[in-house]
Write a protein that binds this ligand. Structure first.
Ligand code: GDP
Ligand code: MG
Ligand code: K
Length: 301
């Protein structure tokens, strides 16, 4: 079993900006290979997941924020409220502008809205391939005077310049948290939560009172093997302390092994197919702070 104790980082990031500044281009570039594109169905009535960027040490969940523009009608008004609520709940906002265009009414409107939330904001100056380098500094100065951006990062979403650096800056900023979505899963399995609960139940049963109910189980991946009635499942048992990790694993991995065997039997009955279950144990000191968000996105814990 692969037992890790790294501080995994994760969080929700909203990309806002006027139409045509390059939001979709940026996401598509980031999505490249390492992303699981979520379905078009909204995950909640409020938010839509646009893409999940997963790495070994971090996961960035990009949230679509529709309607952050000057409302033209009643519905627009409502959309604005929805957008503003989203902005309050994410960990970070990326405000994207077009380097080639000057500050417009649309940008000013968005900046006013940003002032109404306390969520940190990065200014992303896109399309730097279209301007002379000398024009960048004055642009940065102008925007610096309008809002206390946490970072100002010039990029070219089209050509890829600085996109890696932006991703690194986001990762650096995100809080420690669980991997919300499997790295390789496109849609959510309805069975996911039951499987997680089955594993959790075995852990609690086999560790009795030694491990508090604060443990969580995250399903990292569920994959059916092609042309075979075998399902490979990877899951992480998240505990809050190193001592709990030791208990869950047991001497020479005995406890974890038994958890796996018992859970596998139940999951096989649930899915009606043979299951290969791989379990990890991870210490995540304040995963519980993220509980409300997890609930938002359909998790039980
Ligand atoms: P959105 O409306 O904000 O999602 O903008 P899009 O991603 O649809 O991009 C609008 C247009 O800008 C498209 O034609 C893109 O190819 C172009 N575009 C996006 N990013 C860049 C960039 O970094 N440089 C240049 N030159 N064009 C870009
Ligand atoms: Mg777009
Ligand atoms: K949220």
């Amino acid at each position: 079993h692969n037992i890790t104790n790294t501080e995994y980082k994760s969080g929700f990031v909203s990309i806002i900006g006027r139409p045509n500044v390059g939001k979709s281009t940026f996401l598509n570039r980031v999505i490249g290979q390492k992303i699981a594109i979520m379905s078009d169905k909204p995950q909640t009535t409020r938010n839509k997941i646009q893409g999940v960027f997963t790495q070994d040490d971090a996961q960035i969940v990009f949230i679509d924020t529709p309607g952050i523009h000057k409302p033209k009608h009643k519905l627009g008004d409502f959309m604005m409220k929805v957008a503003q609520n989203t902005l309050k709940e994410v960990d970070l906002i990326l405000f994207m502008i077009n380097a080639k265009e000057g500050l417009g009414k649309g940008d000013e409107f968005i900046i006013e809205k940003l002032k109404e939330t306390s969520t940190p904001v990065y200014l992303v100056i896109n399309k730097i391939d279209e301007i002379h380098p000398d024009d960048l500094l004055p642009l940065m100065e102008t925007y610096k005077g309008l809002f206390p951006f946490k970072e100002i990062i010039p990029i070219s979403a089209l050509q890829g310049n600085n996109v890696e650096i932006l991703l690194e800056q986001i990762k650096k900023f995100l809080p420690v948290g669980p991997q919300y979505y499997p790295a390789d899963q496109v849609t959510d399995h309805p069975e996911r939560f039951i499987i997680a609960e089955l594993i959790r139940e075995k852990v609690l049963h086999l560790t009795r009172e030694e491990v508090p109910h604060s443990i969580a189980v995250a399903i990292d991946s569920i994959k059916k093997r092609e042309n075979k009635d075998i399902v490979d499942i990877q899951a992480t048992i998240v505990v809050e302390r190193d001592s709990q990790k030791g208990i869950v694993i047991g001497k020479q991995g005995k406890v974890l092994k038994e958890v796996g065997q018992k859970a596998r039997t139940d999951i096989e009955a649930l899915l009606g197919s043979k299951v290969f279950l791989e379990l990890w144990v991870k210490v995540q000191k304040d995963w519980r702070n993220k509980q409300s968000q997890l609930r938002d996105f359909g998790f039980k814990e």
